[in-house]
Write a protein that binds this ligand. Sequence first.
Ligand code: PTJ
Length: 256
Amino acid sequence: MTHIPEDHPRYASLITREKIVEGVQVGITSQQGLVAQGRGEAFDYLIGERTIESAVIAERVAVAYLLTAERPVISINGNTAALVPGSLVSLADVSEAEMEVNLFHRSDARVHRIIEHLKAHGAGNVLGAKGDARLDLSHDRAIVDQEGIYGADVVLVPLEDGDRCQKLVEMGKVVIAVDLNPLSRTSLSATVTIVDNVTRALENMVYFTKEMKKDNKEQLRGIIDSYDNRKVLADAMYAIQENLKNQAAREGIEWI
Ligand code: PTJ
């Protein structure tokens, strides 16, 4: 890993980048994952590299869904496995959700490497190697486990592609997405869209789960019922616009 000095103004962003590069080097992350990370970085820059208030709301609603689910599943790909393995394991643990490796650029070797990587971070059972069920899609993200994503009622899909998100929603599942692009097909079709960096979102969700586990089901359902995903998307777009305006003002550039 390249040495990044802690006082570098872009320390957090550069460390995240290094983790993805390392993920590719050890065969966990796909090369395409580097491109996806670049896109994420660009949106994170636009939003101000912070968790906006509406993302906190979405994160709490996501936790309420996980805690009231019958069969919650966290879907894991090569990017999230490299970036936030510890938080994924903690979230599965505190929310009692299953973990399932599901890849767009699928190979059995990579599925197994990711399962081993998660186990090295404390995971118990990790699904995804069986691939004994199929979603109605023409690419490899269709391959899922019967006892995991296929039979789940709530699925958390950080860094998803739009097709599968839409398919899971069509199947009647609650889909929670984490995506820094508020206008991606995934963001537009998910039940709950968390417009935040997965590195911040997962950590927040672990914290909220520990706190909200004390709430009863009715309180959790109340949180869900008052939620409007369109408002959250609109707020993320507004936050991007305001961040750019403020930055322009600081630099003395007129906003036209
Ligand atoms: O490991 P695989 O084979 O399953 O492949 C995983 C990737 C991520 C390569 C695959 O799912 C893919 O190609 O994704 P996309 O279509 O590029 O979508 C990724 C979305 O996630 C984009 O909208 C990015 O803006 C967003 N994104 C990227 N990095 C982050 C992010 N959102 C939150 N946090 C990030 N760190």
